[in-house]
Design a protein around this ligand. Structure first.
Ligand code: SAM
Length: 303
């Protein structure tokens, strides 16, 4: 569907649970386990309505999507939708070792794994989780998935020390490395001093900018050919090319990550959902500079 500013909206990012087994400091807003608001049928119904309006790519995120006991059922149902050409997943990797094969068989095309540090103690401090589990998850995912992106939230004064190690890690495993600028929203407002455009640090590591752009990533390259993507939603606006909508884990449509404007889809039938999505896309904001900032943290939005 084309929005009011001529952008082709074809990508749905769906947060299917508010729960997460990690506590990334800049991300997680709630520690209490909550009952999922959306059933597998709700997720299917909303995705079906969106696909009727031209959505052809879906990313399942959260919270941690692999915490849902019915994750395979959710993916299998979405896979039956003719209009959906690509199903992607964003995960912290903690449960990937056990699930990678089933995810592939159910229909996941691509996986992004979030990993901010290769230092076990730093990982524990930042996320509360076990680094070894992610590393095992990555190895298992490599067996089943051709394209795996490693998402690293770039933290000012911290990540720079690990740039070389992260590059080697990704090169050795044929992973696509991406550095994401920290977005100071919700919980991350407390850490806004850690938000930094990583470019100057990268150039110090003999990394050069290419003229390639991959979706929202500007592509860089090491001397020996490792590709690195930078996602800089704060220092560089890419709103003019925005092609996506989001559904939160409590069933709200967000047409802009940064905006507090949301549209409730919970309990609505497919036709009503289509109307709401159509209306929302029709008035999708031009840029993050034009909106009232959301109070939500990223664990509720899905990234
Ligand atoms: N649990 C899954 C995971 O860890 O990948 C999916 C949800 S998580 C919210 C999705 C992505 O958002 C992760 O890569 C995470 O690091 C990133 N993220 C969380 N808060 C962020 C923030 N304030 N700015 C930028 N990225 C953030």
């Amino acid at each position: 569907m084309i929005d009011g500013f001529g952008r082709n909206i074809h990508y749905l990012r769906f947060s299917i649970t508010p729960n997460c087994d990690l506590h990334c400091r800049y991300c997680k807003s709630k520690d209490r386990f909550q009952k999922d608001s959306l059933s597998a049928d709700d997720i299917f119904k909303i995705t079906k309505a969106a696909s009727s309006l031209g959505i052809d790519k879906v990313r399942l995120t959260g919270g941690e999507p692999l915490l849902r006991a019915d994750i395979i059922e959710i993916i299998s149902k979405i896979k039956t939708l003719e209009g959906i050409e690509e199903i992607c997943l964003t995960t912290n990797g903690q449960r990937l070792f056990d699930l990678a094969r089933d995810l592939k068989e159910a229909g996941v095309d691509r996986v992004n794994i979030s990993l901010d540090t290769l230092d076990p103690l730093r990982y524990k401090k930042l996320t509360g989780g076990d680094l070894e589990r992610v590393l095992k998850g990555i190895e298992r995912a490599r067996v089943y998935f051709e394209t795996i992106k490693l998402n690293v939230v770039y933290l000012n004064g911290i990540t720079d020390k690990e740039v070389a190690d992260l590059i080697t890690f990704c090169k050795d495993r044929d992973l696509i490395l991406r550095f994401i600028e920290l977005m100071p929203i919700g919980e991350a407002l407390k850490y806004k001093d850690l938000s930094k455009d990583p470019e100057s640090d990268l150039l110090g590591h003999d990394i050069i900018k290419t003229d390639r752009v991959d979706g929202v990533s500007t592509m860089y390259k090491t001397a020996d050919g490792q590709n690195i993507g930078l996602i800089r939603a704060m220092s560089h606006s890419f709103c003019k090319d925005c092609d996506r909508i989001r559904i939160t884990a409590d069933g709200k449509l967000k047409t802009c990550l940064f905006a507090d404007k949301e549209y409730d889809l919970l309990g609505k039938d497919e036709k009503a959902i289509m109307e709401i999505i159509k209306a929302g896309i029709g008035v999708k904001p031009l840029s993050k500079e034009t909106v009232v900032l959301t109070k939500r943290s990223m664990d509720q939005i899905g990234g």
